[in-house]
Design a protein around this ligand. Structure first.
Ligand code: ADP
Ligand code: MG
Length: 689
């Protein structure tokens, strides 16, 4: 399967180049280049039977394509299609380029609304697919079945060309082995892989296509879950970790010194954590909780537990701002009486200071080291690292987590995430971890009302801001997100600030964007925290970070440019104090997707439910993609749609690995090879603790 795609017979040089441009390099890439959709001939109309006014799909041969130019910019293209029963015309105004593709002799499918004009049947601007672009009759035949596959194509490689190529590849290499153990295939009644792949490309019937798709989806999910199961198994049974002492007196007195009682969710999470930590089996736990649910305090308790047992702890945050906030938060909660040394190490730490901290960490004199990824840089070492906390908000990959962990000898690991992850995702992204959830916000928060408005609703938002500022509260205004450079974004923020200064005369307005010098950013942030700035205009740099309980309005311009989870994060920046807060999202776009998103953010305040909705609206294309998750992309399976298959695969995978942890038995050999193959870019993740 890893042979280069050029081994398929009859591929010329330029053809090969176009395949490479589509990211098809190996035979496997080609065989897994599945149709993006299918046309079922039985659901097609004969042109002679179409009904006027109905949405219809027809298939036929192009008989003529006539382009009439009316003036330089205006033209009418008339394409006549015949299917043996009647003619229908596709009509395009001012889009002459379609004529290049719709050449006489090729076979096409038209979809659109049927009209009757000038004594002929026609469709205006029909959506079309080119089914066969070879005009020689002898080249036909590949899609004579009832279901016509439409493969993802490009300008250079038509779906028809790909279809012919895949047919040849299947003839040449169709007898692929199957890595799913026979017992599992039998249990679920799935077809053999070779057959399933063939049916995906050239389905014999809708039922067979469905079975094939299920099998391929299950296959992917099984391979992924087997990897997770193997990893979890190794983490639990590999080299023993550190058995920390159970919580003692110092921890109790620290808890008593906290300015607030812990929520019951925090208590429960910490119990789970301390149980893991006091067992010799290394902890791998995910702490999930909404923005503001109080994860930092829980992490601090765990860090103190490690310290009490004579170990050091490290906490790594994805940005400087967040690292600094953790540091400020932690040092303010710890009194001198705790006798705990906390240090901050980021890319900004001055060289001399840095050396000093590194020295102290190595000697074990630092109890808690807070930092950014500066923590995993070379030269940072710990004398006795016992706990690693990663506040990742999706930003670190498994690799960075692993690197930090390797600064010690099998320390316990706690991963915190503020992005609520739906179960579908946590079973995959974090399927090798135990999970604790903070599903409750600390008491005394007055809550946030969400208002979603169109551009016309801006006045309402400004009025709200006026009222809140008059009662000594503070407000955020987040500027439109521009795709262009940070410099352009910075300009936009400055322009916005000027406009707002006109609208709110006499108010102290500050600005914050990514182009500002570090010191200026810090100063803006500090001034806002002090209340010297009443209204902070910013780009999205505030997404993670600022905790200012006196801020009660969050206004987000151009909200349709943000993801739902980002909007939810922004919303979490207010409603942190005792005053009721308001969140105003200004939507400009009027697409259906934008409408759905607006409704979701307005109606759903629970982050987990919102994440599910987000996944559904966005689709799942880029779930793992650019995230260094260590997880290979899914090609067939879709997590929400295939949730049942995911659970099935998970159960099967964990049972299988329980029985045969190394997949050493002969009937599991192919499966192990497939896991290694699919994870080949992440083997270190797979095989290192
Ligand atoms: P998260 O990291 O989950 O977003 P933080 O840990 O930053 O939340 O906590 C947000 C704020 O709530 C902090 O100011 C913290 O001191 C405070 N806090 C945490 N736990 C409680 C609690 N049980 N009761 C009241 N306030 C709390
Ligand atoms: Mg936090």
């Amino acid at each position: 399967m890893r042979e280069p795609v050029s081994t398929v017979s009859g591929i010329g040089k330029s053809f090969l180049r176009h395949l490479h441009a589509m990211d098809i390099h190996s035979l496997e890439d080609l065989l897994y280049h599945f149709p993006r959709r299918y046309l079922d001939r039985r659901k097609l109309s004969r042109i002679g039977d179409v009904r006027i006014g109905e949405e219809t799909t027809i298939v036929g041969t192009v008989r003529s394509a006539e382009l009439n130019r009316i003036s330089r910019n205006r033209s009418v293209l008339l394409v006549a299609v015949f299917d043996g029963s009647a003619y229908i015309y596709g009509v395009w105004f001012n889009q002459p380029y379609h004529a290049d593709k719709l050449q006489p002799g090729i076979e096409v499918a038209f979809s659109g609304k049927v009209q009757y004009r000038y004594g002929r049947l026609q469709m205006v601007n029909p959506a079309y697919d080119i089914l066969d672009d070879s005009t020689e009759a002898g080249m036909r035949s590949v899609h004579t079945g009832r279901i016509i596959p439409l493969h993802p194509a490009t300008q250079k490689l038509s779906a028809a060309m790909l279809r012919r190529l895949i047919m040849r590849a299947l003839d040449q290499y169709g007898d692929l082995p199957d890595h799913i153990p026979y017992g599992l295939r039998l249990k679920h009644g799935y077809p053999h892989r070779a057959q399933a792949i063939r049916e995906m490309h050239f389905p014999g019937s809708a039922g067979r296509l469905n079975r094939a798709r299920q099998r391929m989806a299950y296959d992917e999910l099984l391979v992924m879950q087997v990897a997770l199961a193997m990893r979890r198994h190794r983490l639990r049974t590999g080299t023993p970790g550190i058995a920390h002492a159970p919580p003692g007196k110092r921890l109790a007195s620290f808890k008593a010194s906290l300015p607030f009682p812990l929520t019951s969710a925090q208590k429960k999470a910490f119990e789970e954590i301390s149980e893991d930590m006091s067992s010799p089996c290394p902890m791998n736990r995910l702490l999930q909780g909404e923005v503001g649910s109080g994860k930092t305090v829980v992490a601090l308790l765990a860090l103190l537990l490690a310290q009490e047992s004579g170990y050091q702890g490290a906490i790594m945050a994805p940005t400087e701002v967040l690292a600094e906030q953790h540091f400020a938060n932690i040092t303010s909660l710890l009194t001198d009486a705790c006798g705990v040394r906390v240090e901050l190490l980021t890319g900004n730490t001055a060289a001399a200071r840095r050396r000093e901290i590194m020295e102290a960490a190595r000697e074990g004199a630092v109890d808690i080291l807070v930092g950014t990824h500066a923590l995993i840089s070379e030269g940072v070492d710990f004398g006795r690292l016992g706990l690693v906390v990663v506040d990742e908000q999706h930003r670190f990959g498994l690799r960075q987590r692993t690197l930090l962990r390797e600064k010690g000898s099998h320390p316990d690991t706690l991963i915190m995430t503020a992005t609520p992850i739906p179960r579908t995702l946590s079973l995959t992204l974090y399927g090798d971890l135990e999970v604790s959830v903070l599903d409750e916000l600390p008491a005394g928060r007055a809550g946030t009302r969400t208002v979603v408005v169109g551009p016309g609703g801006r006045e309402e938002a400004y009025e709200l801001i006026r009222v809140e500022l008059a009662s000594s509260r503070q407000a955020f205004v987040v500027c439109p997100l521009v795709d262009a450079s940070p410099a352009v974004e910075a300009k936009a923020a400055e322009k916005e600030a000027k406009e707002l200064a006109g609208l709110f005369p006499g108010s102290r307005i500050g600005i914050l964007h990514g182009q500002m010098a570090k010191a200026d950013k810090d100063e803006a942030m500090a001034a806002f925290r002090r209340g010297d700035i009443q209204l902070l205009v910013s780009t999205t740099v505030i997404e993670v970070g600022i905790d200012v309980p006196n801020a009660t309005v969050m206004m987000v311009e151009n909200a349709d440019r943000f993801g739902l989870s980002q909007l939810h994060q922004l919303r979490g920046r207010v409603g942190r104090g005792e005053h009721p807060s308001h969140c105003v999202f200004v939507f400009d776009a009027d697409t259906e997707e934008s409408q759905r998103r607006m409704r979701a953010i307005a109606e759903i305040s629970d982050g987990f439910k919102l994440a599910e909705a987000d996944l559904e609206i966005r689709g799942e294309g880029s779930l793992f993609g650019n995230r260094q998750s260590g997880m290979p992309d899914l090609r067939v399976a879709r997590l929400i749609r295939d949730f049942r298959l995911l659970q099935q695969a998970r159960t099967d995978a964990f049972a299988l690995v329980e029985m045969d942890p190394g997949l050493d038995s002969p009937e599991h050999l192919l499966l192990r090879l497939e896991v290694e193959e699919r994870f080949r870019d992440n083997l270190e993740w797979l095989f290192r603790a």
